[in-house]
Design a protein around this ligand. Structure first.
Ligand SMILES: O=C(O)[C@H]1O[C@H](OP(=O)(O)OP(=O)(O)OC[C@H]2O[C@@H](n3ccc(=O)[nH]c3=O)[C@H](O)[C@@H]2O)[C@H](O)[C@@H](O)[C@@H]1O
Length: 436
Protein backbone atom coordinates (compact mmCIF):
# COMPACT_ATOMS: atom_id res chain seq x y z
CA UNK A 1 0.00 0.00 0.00
CA UNK A 2 2.64 2.52 1.01
CA UNK A 3 4.53 1.64 -2.12
CA UNK A 4 1.40 2.42 -4.17
CA UNK A 5 0.95 5.82 -2.49
CA UNK A 6 4.53 6.67 -3.22
CA UNK A 7 4.04 5.78 -6.87
CA UNK A 8 0.85 7.92 -7.07
CA UNK A 9 2.58 11.01 -5.79
CA UNK A 10 5.94 10.72 -7.47
CA UNK A 11 6.15 9.21 -10.90
CA UNK A 12 9.16 6.93 -11.05
CA UNK A 13 10.22 8.26 -14.49
CA UNK A 14 9.92 12.05 -14.15
CA UNK A 15 12.27 12.69 -17.08
CA UNK A 16 9.92 10.99 -19.50
CA UNK A 17 7.05 13.07 -18.18
CA UNK A 18 8.74 16.29 -19.13
CA UNK A 19 9.05 15.47 -22.82
CA UNK A 20 5.36 14.45 -23.20
CA UNK A 21 3.45 17.09 -25.16
CA UNK A 22 -0.19 15.95 -25.29
CA UNK A 23 -2.07 15.69 -21.93
CA UNK A 24 -4.05 12.73 -23.41
CA UNK A 25 -0.83 10.85 -24.26
CA UNK A 26 0.48 11.73 -20.84
CA UNK A 27 -2.60 10.24 -19.20
CA UNK A 28 -2.33 7.05 -21.28
CA UNK A 29 1.38 6.71 -20.37
CA UNK A 30 0.63 7.37 -16.73
CA UNK A 31 -2.09 4.73 -16.66
CA UNK A 32 0.16 2.26 -18.45
CA UNK A 33 3.00 2.87 -15.98
CA UNK A 34 0.64 2.49 -13.04
CA UNK A 35 -0.73 -0.76 -14.44
CA UNK A 36 2.81 -2.05 -14.97
CA UNK A 37 3.85 -1.07 -11.45
CA UNK A 38 0.72 -2.61 -9.95
CA UNK A 39 1.43 -5.83 -11.83
CA UNK A 40 5.04 -6.07 -10.59
CA UNK A 41 3.98 -5.12 -7.05
CA UNK A 42 1.51 -7.98 -7.11
CA UNK A 43 4.17 -10.38 -8.40
CA UNK A 44 6.53 -9.20 -5.64
CA UNK A 45 3.91 -9.61 -2.90
CA UNK A 46 3.02 -13.01 -4.34
CA UNK A 47 6.65 -14.13 -4.26
CA UNK A 48 7.03 -13.01 -0.65
CA UNK A 49 3.87 -14.92 0.25
CA UNK A 50 5.10 -18.09 -1.45
CA UNK A 51 8.50 -17.79 0.28
CA UNK A 52 7.00 -17.37 3.76
CA UNK A 53 4.38 -20.02 3.23
CA UNK A 54 6.92 -22.62 2.12
CA UNK A 55 9.59 -21.85 4.73
CA UNK A 56 9.50 -23.46 8.16
CA UNK A 57 10.03 -19.96 9.52
CA UNK A 58 10.71 -16.48 8.34
CA UNK A 59 14.23 -16.71 9.71
CA UNK A 60 15.10 -20.00 8.11
CA UNK A 61 16.10 -19.57 4.50
CA UNK A 62 16.36 -23.26 3.76
CA UNK A 63 14.50 -23.87 0.56
CA UNK A 64 13.72 -27.53 0.06
CA UNK A 65 10.78 -29.63 -0.87
CA UNK A 66 10.88 -31.07 2.64
CA UNK A 67 8.86 -28.09 3.91
CA UNK A 68 6.23 -29.10 1.35
CA UNK A 69 5.73 -32.26 3.33
CA UNK A 70 5.32 -30.46 6.62
CA UNK A 71 1.58 -30.26 6.98
CA UNK A 72 1.38 -26.96 8.78
CA UNK A 73 3.69 -24.02 9.17
CA UNK A 74 4.74 -23.76 12.78
CA UNK A 75 2.68 -21.43 14.91
CA UNK A 76 4.01 -20.56 18.30
CA UNK A 77 4.40 -17.90 20.90
CA UNK A 78 2.45 -16.28 23.68
CA UNK A 79 2.27 -16.71 27.46
CA UNK A 80 -0.05 -19.76 27.35
CA UNK A 81 2.34 -21.51 24.95
CA UNK A 82 5.34 -20.75 27.17
CA UNK A 83 3.46 -21.92 30.25
CA UNK A 84 2.70 -25.23 28.56
CA UNK A 85 6.34 -25.66 27.59
CA UNK A 86 7.53 -24.98 31.13
CA UNK A 87 5.00 -27.41 32.60
CA UNK A 88 6.08 -30.14 30.21
CA UNK A 89 9.81 -29.57 30.82
CA UNK A 90 9.48 -29.41 34.59
CA UNK A 91 11.65 -31.97 36.41
CA UNK A 92 9.55 -33.99 38.87
CA UNK A 93 12.16 -36.20 40.48
CA UNK A 94 15.33 -35.71 42.44
CA UNK A 95 18.40 -35.80 40.12
CA UNK A 96 16.03 -35.68 37.14
CA UNK A 97 17.19 -34.28 33.82
CA UNK A 98 15.47 -31.88 31.46
CA UNK A 99 15.39 -33.13 27.87
CA UNK A 100 14.41 -31.62 24.56
CA UNK A 101 13.34 -34.59 22.41
CA UNK A 102 13.35 -33.80 18.69
CA UNK A 103 11.22 -36.11 16.55
CA UNK A 104 9.03 -36.74 19.60
CA UNK A 105 6.01 -37.80 17.51
CA UNK A 106 8.18 -40.37 15.75
CA UNK A 107 8.42 -44.03 16.69
CA UNK A 108 11.54 -43.96 18.88
CA UNK A 109 10.87 -40.37 20.01
CA UNK A 110 7.47 -41.23 21.46
CA UNK A 111 8.77 -44.24 23.39
CA UNK A 112 11.82 -42.37 24.75
CA UNK A 113 9.70 -39.36 25.76
CA UNK A 114 7.21 -41.61 27.57
CA UNK A 115 9.99 -43.44 29.42
CA UNK A 116 11.66 -40.19 30.49
CA UNK A 117 8.46 -38.62 31.79
CA UNK A 118 7.62 -41.86 33.64
CA UNK A 119 10.78 -41.53 35.70
CA UNK A 120 10.07 -37.88 36.47
CA UNK A 121 12.40 -36.20 34.00
CA UNK A 122 11.30 -32.98 32.32
CA UNK A 123 10.50 -33.57 28.63
CA UNK A 124 9.62 -31.22 25.83
CA UNK A 125 8.96 -32.64 22.37
CA UNK A 126 9.56 -31.03 18.99
CA UNK A 127 8.23 -32.45 15.73
CA UNK A 128 7.28 -31.12 12.30
CA UNK A 129 4.62 -33.81 11.72
CA UNK A 130 5.64 -34.23 8.09
CA UNK A 131 3.80 -36.70 5.89
CA UNK A 132 6.65 -39.10 5.03
CA UNK A 133 4.23 -41.65 6.46
CA UNK A 134 0.65 -41.37 7.71
CA UNK A 135 0.62 -38.28 9.97
CA UNK A 136 -2.48 -39.53 11.79
CA UNK A 137 -0.26 -42.14 13.45
CA UNK A 138 2.01 -39.32 14.62
CA UNK A 139 -1.03 -37.47 15.96
CA UNK A 140 -2.13 -40.59 17.84
CA UNK A 141 1.35 -40.85 19.39
CA UNK A 142 1.09 -37.16 20.30
CA UNK A 143 -2.22 -37.80 22.08
CA UNK A 144 -0.58 -40.64 23.97
CA UNK A 145 2.21 -38.35 25.17
CA UNK A 146 -0.15 -35.52 26.03
CA UNK A 147 -1.90 -37.86 28.44
CA UNK A 148 1.43 -38.03 30.30
CA UNK A 149 1.69 -34.22 30.11
CA UNK A 150 4.41 -34.24 27.46
CA UNK A 151 3.86 -31.35 25.10
CA UNK A 152 5.12 -31.53 21.51
CA UNK A 153 5.93 -28.18 19.95
CA UNK A 154 5.06 -28.25 16.27
CA UNK A 155 8.07 -26.98 14.35
CA UNK A 156 11.10 -27.86 12.29
CA UNK A 157 14.67 -28.37 13.49
CA UNK A 158 15.72 -25.99 10.73
CA UNK A 159 13.80 -23.21 12.46
CA UNK A 160 16.70 -21.67 14.38
CA UNK A 161 14.52 -18.90 15.83
CA UNK A 162 12.20 -21.48 17.33
CA UNK A 163 15.07 -23.58 18.72
CA UNK A 164 16.63 -20.51 20.34
CA UNK A 165 13.27 -19.52 21.78
CA UNK A 166 12.83 -22.97 23.35
CA UNK A 167 16.25 -22.67 25.01
CA UNK A 168 15.30 -19.19 26.27
CA UNK A 169 12.24 -20.65 27.96
CA UNK A 170 13.90 -23.81 29.31
CA UNK A 171 17.52 -24.54 30.27
CA UNK A 172 17.61 -28.06 28.82
CA UNK A 173 20.33 -30.23 30.37
CA UNK A 174 20.10 -32.73 27.47
CA UNK A 175 18.95 -32.93 23.87
CA UNK A 176 17.76 -36.29 22.56
CA UNK A 177 17.97 -35.61 18.85
CA UNK A 178 15.83 -38.13 16.98
CA UNK A 179 14.27 -35.93 14.30
CA UNK A 180 15.52 -37.22 10.95
CA UNK A 181 14.52 -38.37 7.51
CA UNK A 182 14.53 -42.14 7.97
CA UNK A 183 14.25 -44.98 5.47
CA UNK A 184 16.95 -46.43 3.27
CA UNK A 185 15.11 -46.81 -0.04
CA UNK A 186 13.18 -43.50 -0.03
CA UNK A 187 16.52 -41.66 -0.38
CA UNK A 188 16.47 -42.37 -4.13
CA UNK A 189 13.03 -40.76 -4.44
CA UNK A 190 13.60 -37.65 -2.35
CA UNK A 191 17.32 -37.08 -1.74
CA UNK A 192 16.94 -33.44 -0.67
CA UNK A 193 14.78 -34.35 2.32
CA UNK A 194 17.76 -36.32 3.74
CA UNK A 195 20.07 -33.36 3.30
CA UNK A 196 17.46 -31.03 4.79
CA UNK A 197 16.82 -33.04 7.97
CA UNK A 198 19.90 -35.18 8.55
CA UNK A 199 22.53 -32.63 7.61
CA UNK A 200 21.14 -29.08 7.66
CA UNK A 201 18.78 -29.86 10.56
CA UNK A 202 21.55 -31.48 12.58
CA UNK A 203 23.89 -28.54 12.00
CA UNK A 204 21.21 -26.01 12.98
CA UNK A 205 20.50 -27.93 16.15
CA UNK A 206 24.20 -28.15 17.06
CA UNK A 207 24.67 -24.45 16.25
CA UNK A 208 21.99 -23.55 18.77
CA UNK A 209 23.32 -26.04 21.36
CA UNK A 210 26.86 -24.71 21.12
CA UNK A 211 25.79 -21.09 21.60
CA UNK A 212 23.48 -21.48 24.60
CA UNK A 213 24.69 -21.25 28.15
CA UNK A 214 24.88 -23.81 29.72
CA UNK A 215 25.37 -26.07 26.72
CA UNK A 216 23.29 -29.26 26.87
CA UNK A 217 24.69 -32.78 26.42
CA UNK A 218 23.51 -34.33 23.17
CA UNK A 219 22.48 -37.89 22.34
CA UNK A 220 21.40 -38.49 18.75
CA UNK A 221 20.30 -41.25 16.39
CA UNK A 222 22.85 -42.53 13.92
CA UNK A 223 22.20 -45.81 12.12
CA UNK A 224 23.51 -49.32 11.53
CA UNK A 225 23.47 -48.38 7.85
CA UNK A 226 26.78 -46.50 8.31
CA UNK A 227 28.52 -49.92 8.12
CA UNK A 228 27.41 -50.09 4.48
CA UNK A 229 29.43 -52.61 2.53
CA UNK A 230 31.50 -53.63 5.56
CA UNK A 231 31.75 -57.44 5.58
CA UNK A 232 33.44 -58.00 8.93
CA UNK A 233 30.87 -59.35 11.40
CA UNK A 234 29.64 -58.58 13.96
CA UNK A 235 29.90 -54.85 13.24
CA UNK A 236 32.05 -53.12 15.82
CA UNK A 237 32.23 -49.36 16.37
CA UNK A 238 35.88 -49.54 15.32
CA UNK A 239 35.07 -51.06 11.91
CA UNK A 240 35.24 -48.99 8.74
CA UNK A 241 32.21 -46.86 7.92
CA UNK A 242 33.41 -45.20 4.75
CA UNK A 243 31.43 -47.27 2.25
CA UNK A 244 27.78 -46.22 2.68
CA UNK A 245 25.36 -48.05 0.36
CA UNK A 246 22.63 -45.37 0.40
CA UNK A 247 22.35 -41.60 0.61
CA UNK A 248 20.52 -42.14 3.91
CA UNK A 249 23.59 -43.96 5.28
CA UNK A 250 25.87 -41.26 3.88
CA UNK A 251 23.93 -38.51 5.68
CA UNK A 252 24.09 -40.44 8.97
CA UNK A 253 27.82 -40.98 8.50
CA UNK A 254 28.19 -37.26 7.71
CA UNK A 255 26.29 -36.59 10.95
CA UNK A 256 28.91 -38.54 12.89
CA UNK A 257 31.68 -36.43 11.35
CA UNK A 258 29.74 -33.22 12.02
CA UNK A 259 29.34 -34.34 15.65
CA UNK A 260 33.12 -34.72 15.85
CA UNK A 261 33.59 -31.15 14.62
CA UNK A 262 31.19 -29.62 17.14
CA UNK A 263 32.73 -31.63 19.93
CA UNK A 264 36.24 -30.58 18.89
CA UNK A 265 35.59 -26.87 18.35
CA UNK A 266 32.91 -26.05 20.89
CA UNK A 267 33.24 -28.67 23.65
CA UNK A 268 29.79 -30.19 23.10
CA UNK A 269 29.29 -33.58 24.74
CA UNK A 270 27.86 -35.78 21.97
CA UNK A 271 26.82 -39.45 21.88
CA UNK A 272 25.73 -41.10 18.60
CA UNK A 273 23.64 -44.26 18.76
CA UNK A 274 23.71 -46.64 15.80
CA UNK A 275 20.23 -48.17 15.87
CA UNK A 276 19.76 -51.60 14.25
CA UNK A 277 16.34 -52.00 12.50
CA UNK A 278 14.15 -50.96 15.42
CA UNK A 279 10.64 -52.45 15.52
CA UNK A 280 7.66 -52.67 17.86
CA UNK A 281 4.26 -51.19 18.79
CA UNK A 282 3.62 -47.69 17.39
CA UNK A 283 6.29 -48.41 14.77
CA UNK A 284 6.95 -46.91 11.34
CA UNK A 285 4.61 -48.04 8.53
CA UNK A 286 7.41 -47.68 5.97
CA UNK A 287 9.36 -50.55 7.55
CA UNK A 288 9.14 -54.09 6.23
CA UNK A 289 7.75 -55.84 9.37
CA UNK A 290 4.97 -53.22 9.49
CA UNK A 291 3.82 -53.27 5.87
CA UNK A 292 4.31 -57.04 5.64
CA UNK A 293 1.76 -57.33 8.49
CA UNK A 294 -0.65 -54.99 6.69
CA UNK A 295 -0.28 -56.79 3.35
CA UNK A 296 -0.46 -60.32 4.75
CA UNK A 297 -3.76 -59.38 6.43
CA UNK A 298 -5.02 -57.87 3.17
CA UNK A 299 -4.03 -60.97 1.20
CA UNK A 300 -1.56 -58.95 -0.88
CA UNK A 301 1.76 -60.45 -1.93
CA UNK A 302 4.90 -59.30 -0.14
CA UNK A 303 8.30 -58.85 -1.80
CA UNK A 304 11.00 -60.76 0.09
CA UNK A 305 14.51 -59.86 -0.94
CA UNK A 306 17.30 -62.37 -1.41
CA UNK A 307 20.93 -61.80 -2.32
CA UNK A 308 22.83 -63.27 -5.30
CA UNK A 309 22.81 -67.09 -5.52
CA UNK A 310 19.78 -67.28 -3.22
CA UNK A 311 21.83 -65.65 -0.45
CA UNK A 312 20.02 -64.86 2.79
CA UNK A 313 19.13 -61.26 3.61
CA UNK A 314 19.10 -60.77 7.38
CA UNK A 315 18.71 -58.01 9.95
CA UNK A 316 19.64 -57.60 13.58
CA UNK A 317 16.04 -56.58 14.42
CA UNK A 318 15.98 -54.73 17.75
CA UNK A 319 12.92 -54.31 19.94
CA UNK A 320 11.89 -50.78 20.87
CA UNK A 321 11.99 -51.28 24.67
CA UNK A 322 15.61 -52.39 24.44
CA UNK A 323 16.43 -49.34 22.31
CA UNK A 324 14.72 -47.06 24.86
CA UNK A 325 16.88 -48.54 27.63
CA UNK A 326 19.96 -47.85 25.51
CA UNK A 327 18.84 -44.25 24.93
CA UNK A 328 18.25 -43.64 28.63
CA UNK A 329 21.58 -45.27 29.45
CA UNK A 330 23.28 -42.90 27.00
CA UNK A 331 21.55 -39.85 28.51
CA UNK A 332 22.38 -40.93 32.06
CA UNK A 333 26.07 -41.51 31.35
CA UNK A 334 26.51 -38.41 29.19
CA UNK A 335 29.02 -36.01 30.72
CA UNK A 336 28.42 -32.27 30.67
CA UNK A 337 29.47 -30.21 27.69
CA UNK A 338 32.52 -28.12 28.52
CA UNK A 339 31.99 -24.99 26.48
CA UNK A 340 29.94 -21.90 27.10
CA UNK A 341 28.70 -19.11 24.88
CA UNK A 342 30.18 -20.78 21.81
CA UNK A 343 33.67 -21.20 23.36
CA UNK A 344 35.32 -24.48 24.30
CA UNK A 345 36.83 -24.62 27.79
CA UNK A 346 38.24 -28.15 27.68
CA UNK A 347 37.91 -31.55 26.02
CA UNK A 348 34.39 -32.99 25.99
CA UNK A 349 32.94 -36.47 25.69
CA UNK A 350 32.41 -37.90 22.18
CA UNK A 351 30.96 -41.40 21.90
CA UNK A 352 29.32 -43.74 19.43
CA UNK A 353 27.55 -47.01 20.30
CA UNK A 354 25.87 -49.86 18.46
CA UNK A 355 22.38 -50.55 19.79
CA UNK A 356 21.40 -53.87 18.24
CA UNK A 357 20.00 -57.18 19.36
CA UNK A 358 23.11 -59.08 18.33
CA UNK A 359 21.21 -61.99 16.74
CA UNK A 360 20.42 -61.44 13.06
CA UNK A 361 17.27 -63.06 11.64
CA UNK A 362 16.65 -63.79 7.93
CA UNK A 363 13.77 -61.76 6.46
CA UNK A 364 12.06 -65.02 5.43
CA UNK A 365 12.03 -66.08 9.12
CA UNK A 366 10.48 -62.75 10.06
CA UNK A 367 7.68 -63.54 7.60
CA UNK A 368 7.20 -67.04 9.07
CA UNK A 369 6.83 -65.56 12.57
CA UNK A 370 4.27 -63.06 11.28
CA UNK A 371 2.32 -65.82 9.50
CA UNK A 372 2.02 -67.76 12.76
CA UNK A 373 1.02 -64.72 14.81
CA UNK A 374 -1.51 -63.48 12.25
CA UNK A 375 -2.72 -67.01 11.42
CA UNK A 376 -2.61 -66.09 7.74
CA UNK A 377 -0.34 -67.56 5.05
CA UNK A 378 1.73 -64.88 3.30
CA UNK A 379 1.87 -64.62 -0.46
CA UNK A 380 5.64 -64.57 -0.77
CA UNK A 381 7.20 -62.96 -3.79
CA UNK A 382 10.91 -63.74 -3.57
CA UNK A 383 12.97 -61.25 -5.55
CA UNK A 384 16.55 -60.13 -6.00
CA UNK A 385 17.75 -57.50 -3.52
CA UNK A 386 17.31 -54.29 -5.51
CA UNK A 387 20.26 -51.96 -5.91
CA UNK A 388 18.63 -49.15 -4.00
CA UNK A 389 20.64 -48.88 -0.84
CA UNK A 390 19.87 -52.15 0.91
CA UNK A 391 22.70 -54.17 2.42
CA UNK A 392 22.60 -57.96 2.74
CA UNK A 393 22.87 -58.26 6.50
CA UNK A 394 23.49 -56.38 9.74
CA UNK A 395 24.85 -57.74 13.00
CA UNK A 396 25.80 -55.61 15.99
CA UNK A 397 28.66 -56.12 18.38
CA UNK A 398 27.19 -54.50 21.50
CA UNK A 399 30.00 -55.04 24.00
CA UNK A 400 30.81 -51.34 24.16
CA UNK A 401 27.19 -50.32 24.92
CA UNK A 402 26.99 -53.17 27.43
CA UNK A 403 30.04 -51.91 29.27
CA UNK A 404 29.41 -48.17 29.13
CA UNK A 405 25.61 -47.89 29.12
CA UNK A 406 24.57 -51.11 30.88
CA UNK A 407 22.74 -52.00 27.65
CA UNK A 408 21.40 -55.54 27.54
CA UNK A 409 18.67 -56.41 25.02
CA UNK A 410 16.17 -58.91 26.39
CA UNK A 411 13.47 -59.26 23.70
CA UNK A 412 13.89 -61.69 20.82
CA UNK A 413 12.11 -61.26 17.48
CA UNK A 414 9.41 -63.81 18.29
CA UNK A 415 8.41 -62.03 21.52
CA UNK A 416 8.81 -58.54 20.07
CA UNK A 417 6.65 -59.29 17.02
CA UNK A 418 4.01 -60.81 19.28
CA UNK A 419 3.78 -57.48 21.10
CA UNK A 420 3.78 -55.60 17.81
CA UNK A 421 0.99 -57.71 16.31
CA UNK A 422 -1.11 -57.32 19.45
CA UNK A 423 -0.74 -53.55 19.19
CA UNK A 424 -1.33 -53.57 15.41
CA UNK A 425 -4.60 -55.47 15.70
CA UNK A 426 -5.87 -53.27 18.52
CA UNK A 427 -4.94 -50.09 16.63
CA UNK A 428 -6.00 -50.99 13.07
CA UNK A 429 -8.34 -53.91 13.59
CA UNK A 430 -7.84 -57.09 11.56
CA UNK A 431 -6.85 -55.35 8.36
CA UNK A 432 -10.26 -54.14 7.20
CA UNK A 433 -9.55 -50.60 8.40
CA UNK A 434 -7.56 -48.55 5.90
CA UNK A 435 -3.87 -48.46 6.77
CA UNK A 436 -1.83 -45.98 4.77
O1 LIG B 1 19.19 -50.22 11.02
C1 LIG B 1 19.02 -49.12 10.54
O2 LIG B 1 19.81 -48.25 10.76
C2 LIG B 1 17.88 -48.83 9.63
O3 LIG B 1 16.88 -49.82 9.83
C3 LIG B 1 15.82 -49.73 8.93
O4 LIG B 1 16.26 -50.06 7.64
P1 LIG B 1 16.15 -51.56 7.16
O5 LIG B 1 16.98 -52.46 8.00
O6 LIG B 1 16.41 -51.56 5.71
O7 LIG B 1 14.62 -51.92 7.51
P2 LIG B 1 13.39 -52.33 6.58
O8 LIG B 1 13.19 -51.37 5.50
O9 LIG B 1 12.26 -52.58 7.49
O10 LIG B 1 13.87 -53.70 5.94
C4 LIG B 1 14.06 -54.85 6.75
C5 LIG B 1 14.52 -55.99 5.90
O11 LIG B 1 13.48 -56.36 5.02
C6 LIG B 1 13.96 -56.41 3.68
N1 LIG B 1 12.87 -55.98 2.78
C7 LIG B 1 12.44 -54.71 2.78
C8 LIG B 1 11.42 -54.31 1.97
C9 LIG B 1 10.81 -55.25 1.13
O12 LIG B 1 9.88 -54.94 0.35
N2 LIG B 1 11.25 -56.53 1.16
C10 LIG B 1 12.27 -56.93 1.97
O13 LIG B 1 12.66 -58.12 1.95
C11 LIG B 1 15.17 -55.48 3.65
O14 LIG B 1 16.08 -55.89 2.66
C12 LIG B 1 15.73 -55.69 5.05
O15 LIG B 1 16.59 -56.78 5.06
C13 LIG B 1 15.17 -48.35 8.96
O16 LIG B 1 14.19 -48.23 7.95
C14 LIG B 1 16.19 -47.26 8.85
O17 LIG B 1 15.56 -46.02 9.04
C15 LIG B 1 17.24 -47.51 9.89
O18 LIG B 1 18.16 -46.53 9.97
Amino acid sequence: MSQMKHIDNNPSTPGKFKIEKSPYNRLIRLQFSLAKLSFWSLVFVGLIFVFFYRSPSASSHMSSDLSRRSLRTSSYGGPAWEKRIKASAKIRSRNGICVLVTGAAGFVGTHVSAALTRRGDGVLGLDNFNDYYDPSLKRARQELLERSVVYIVEGDINDVTLLKKLFEIVAFTHVMHLAAQAGVRYAMENPSSYVHSNIAGLVNMLEVCKSVNPQPSIVWASSSSVYGLNTKVPFSERDRTDQPASLYAATKKAGEEIAHTYNHIYGLSITGLRFFTVYGPWGRPDMAYFFFTRDILKGKSIPIFEAANHGTVARDFTYIDDIVKGCLGALDTAKNSTGSGGKKKGPAQLRVFNLGNTSPVPVSDLVSILEKLLKVKAKRLVMKLPRNGDVQFTHANISSAQKELGYKPTTDLQMGLKKFVRWYLSYYGNGKKNVQ
